[in-house]
Ligand binder design. Sequence first.
Ligand code: F0G
Length: 445
Amino acid sequence: MQEDAFLKCVHPKCGLVYPIYSTNVQCENGHVLDVKYKNTPSTKLKDTFYERRNSKGSIFNESGIWRFRELLNFCQIDTESLEECSKFLVSLDGAEGRQSKPYHMSKAAEFLGIEKDGLWLQPEGYNPSGSFKDNGMVTAVTHAKLVGAKKIVCASTGNTSASAGMFAANEGIDCDVYIPAGQIAPGKLSQAYQFGAQIVEVEGNFDDALKQSLDDAQNHDGYTVNSVNPFRIEGQKTIPFRALEYLNWDVPDWIVYPGGALGNTSSCGKALMELYEWGWIKKIPRIAVINSEGASTLSDLYNGEFENEELRWNKGEPNTELISRYYDHLDKEGIRPKTKATAIQIGRPANILKGLRALEFTNGVATTVTDSEMLDGMSVVGLNGFDCEMASGASVAGIKKLMNEEIIKKDDTVVGILTGRQKDAMIPVDYHHNSENTFANPPKN
Ligand code: F0G
């Protein structure tokens, strides 16, 4: 097998490389890793990807992830044979990423005061497990299969565990999920149970659960499928791939994500860096990351709200001591991440370094929104006939805030990613019962 794909440390002065079969999520010096490819994929593949939208009976063409397989070819397969692909590629019968693409949503555009044709919202909740996680889980589990892992392990605010449980059940491997006890939406927790995952309840928040799951995976031969796993990032690159493809590769001005552990931000950044380097795009969209006000690590550090220093990637040498001091400060003051949008209730974003790299490459921004703004964002999406969860409402709320600040302009083209479906049934019910809410539609009696 030719070695076109390998793992490489992201630190420019370190740059250690590892074979693709490595299960390390860090280099020996503790830096995160990227999947790298030696070949430059030809732009002629744009036509191939388009043609595959007529799947001609191949689940790997139906899949919104594997349709782009040449751009994430870490299995190094060079065949169209269904049988050969099936030996390597995990898929839920082509369902992952199949239905998620950008849509115009006129009521959301009206609420935002943006040109109707300028706003695209991409509901990643229309994935089989109901969130964007399936994009990256399918690739992480493909790598797990490549290295012969028997058990996958993750920490989760709910969606990761639902996705991991679903693919593990389908592949017949074990799955342990570490969750912050009592802090995840019932609709997500029930999915993990239903798919037969082993739940491990952790007293504490997501950050505590992640620490415990990483330790346990290392000590008990588990394969970690959180977004610190570089193969998760590969699959999530297809979120911007699909957006760009549906826009005929006309690059938008902005791509907007809610920010939690920053896996999405990192994967979008990597996708854009590669497409630019390969000559597939000539312009670079700006990434906007929207934190919740109650879990605002990236926004605080990026905007200089801690020690008056604006944390930057700084060509691969970010001030990691500033990050450590920020975390010490949170611990010392007893500040815990707090938002009703539990999906993004994260204080220590595991992908902060790759997230910073993405912001530097795209001249990106980070900001915060309140819980009430997220609820309005979530609700206006619903009025267009799409549902999304509260954390996804951050994308809409963030666009509104950045437009008010004239950072996003009225005639800009904006793609907002709606990361997950509604799995917390009482959130919209409670919202609509309170007639003071912007889009409330209380019941009649
Ligand atoms: N939106 C939703 C619906 C999520 O579930 C998450 C993360 C995010 C946004 C944040 O994305 O981490 O890439 O910045 N959920 C994880 C989980 C942490 O465990 O399900 P990110």
